[in-house]
Write a protein that binds this ligand. Structure first.
Ligand SMILES: [Zn+2]
Length: 489
């Protein structure tokens, strides 16, 4: 936008117009608010909609047997787009209602401040605090949970549409031996092959990032349980030993409820408590670790970070975190902070630093599967964990996971394809006794951390002793339609 277009008169007009429009019962606006109706007869729509609720791994098995035609798929795709738009708009409008109510209350408070009796003042404080919490929840749903839920649905639709053809091609490549020529196809030389030269040059960047993160207070406290640390470290080192890593793997466990893990350039792996809680077996954890190690071996952070310095990246993250923790604006992070007493590291860290882009996610998925397999673990663990995040854990809890691990069809296919190309191996591990023992130990750590979090004062909820804040009803694992009902048959 050019400068003169920003002139006050123009703004005034624009605002006036917007206000006028808001009060006009425009047919078009009413139309846009109407939830989309399923475009197909029930017998056609519902079976396809039901497929979209199923896990990725099941769909890989069954997609070739499903019989949906191109028109049905196209109509469903259009419907999903409309449904998402409708649902996002619903929650944006709730967000703006909460904002208006809060602003009204704050204006009243200011106007009457001298004459207010204590109980009434306190009541107003509690109401304002409650509205802020509702705002952050509505925003979280509108900006994150709903879009991600629909992205997962669309990825599954694409899988149903494209996988049967893709599968045939994979089978041909296997039959002809052409798959050996794929990128990184030299899996029998893992550890010896030269993937991307210069990993060791990233160590100083990684160290610098860790130092800056500690200095700016970005890092949550460490999880200092020796048994858990020993278990996770053994597993991570085992995967590292069977990867292309040429630098020492340096593991830190963070005592935070966030479900995420990330690796900084040069081999600095961070795993959060929430991730250890969310994984269901050892192969899932190995899969996530392997994926993160692959970002280091592929030097993804180095490739994406070229234009920025570590200091500026971390400084920016610390600024975002500070705004979030003081409730400067209702953001995704504020929701996390209210929920967990912590803003979610995966939400504030630069994706460049973590080496996250669509291209590099695909690369890390492929290499991650290879490392998992090479270390003797069932490589389906990574997809199963994705399914867990998408289907059962819920999009809200997984906000930071999906920010640093965006879901899309090509990823799932990349992972599945690589699993099919790998030489067969028997005795792949899915679970272990040690994993179960780690989980038992973890349960104690979690209980203690939750107890401590309960009593922690927070800048976000400065008024103590208010009634419990309202929650927008959304249970993890429920289909997203539950929060904004769409017309059904
Ligand atoms: Zn990644």
């Amino acid at each position: 936008m050019s400068l003169h277009r920003d002139s006050p008169a123009r703004w005034f007009l624009a605002i006036l117009l917007a206000e006028l429009l808001a009060f006009l019962p425009l047919a078009a606006a009413a139309q846009a608010r109407k939830p989309p109706a399923p475009p197909q007869p029930r017998e056609v729509f519902e079976p396809l909609a039901a497929q979209l609720q199923r896990p990725y791994l099941d769909l890989f098995e069954d997609a070739p047997k499903l019989e949906f035609n191109a028109a049905q798929i196209a109509q469903m795709r259009k419907y999903l787009d409309e449904a998402r738009e409708f649902c996002v708009r619903e929650f944006r409008s709730r967000l703006s209602n909460y904002q208006k109510q809060r602003q009204q209350l704050q204006a009243d408070l200011k106007r009457r401040t001298a004459s207010l009796e204590d109980p009434e003042r306190r009541d107003m404080h509690c109401k304002i605090q409650n509205l802020r919490i509702l705002e952050s929840q509505a925003q979280m749903l509108a900006e994150h949970a709903i879009p991600v839920a629909y992205e997962n649905k669309k990825a599954k639709l694409e899988l149903i549409e494209k996988w049967p053809q893709e599968l045939k091609q994979i089978q041909q490549e296997i039959a002809s031996g052409a798959y050996h020529q794929r990128r990184f196809g030299d899996v029998k030389d893992i550890g010896i092959r030269e993937l991307v030269p210069g990993q060791e040059r990233d160590i100083k960047d990684g160290q610098e990032a860790v130092r800056q993160m500690k200095m700016t207070g970005l890092l949550p406290p460490e999880l200092d349980n020796p048994e858990i640390k020993k278990y996770v470290n053994n597993l991570a080192q085992k995967v590292a030993k069977h990867s292309d890593l040429r630098v020492p793997l340096n593991l830190t466990l963070l005592n935070s409820k966030e479900i995420n893990a990330f690796a900084l350039p040069g081999g600095f792996l961070f795993i959060q408590r929430g991730l250890l809680e969310a994984v269901e077996d050892e192969a899932q954890l190995a899969g996530v670790i392997a994926h993160e190690i692959a970002h280091v071996t592929g030097r993804h952070g180095y490739k994406l970070m070229k234009r920025a310095t570590i200091a500026s990246i971390i400084y920016q993250a610390a600024q975002v975190a500070a705004v979030i923790l003081t409730g400067g604006a209702a953001t995704l992070g504020t929701y996390y902070a209210l929920q967990y007493g912590f803003y979610g590291l995966g939400l504030v860290l630069s994706l460049d630093l973590l080496g996250v882009s669509r291209e590099f996610e695909l690369e890390a998925d492929q290499l991650g599967v290879q490392y998992t397999w090479n270390a003797g673990y069932d490589p389906s663990g990574f997809i199963r964990f994705f399914d867990r995040m998408a289907t059962r854990e819920g999009y809200v809890n997984g906000a930071s996971w999906f920010r640093t691990h965006p879901p899309f069809y090509a990823r799932m296919v990349q992972t599945k394809r690589e699993m099919m190309f790998l030489p067969p191996k028997t005795g792949l591990i899915r679970d272990s006794e040690e994993f179960r023992r780690m989980k038992q130990e973890l349960a104690k750590v979690t209980a203690q951390a939750e107890e401590e979090e309960k009593n922690k004062p927070s800048l976000l909820t400065p008024v103590q002793g208010c009634p419990a804040p309202e929650k927008i009803e959304y249970k993890p694992g429920e289909p997203i339609e539950k929060i904004c009902p769409l017309p059904s048959y």
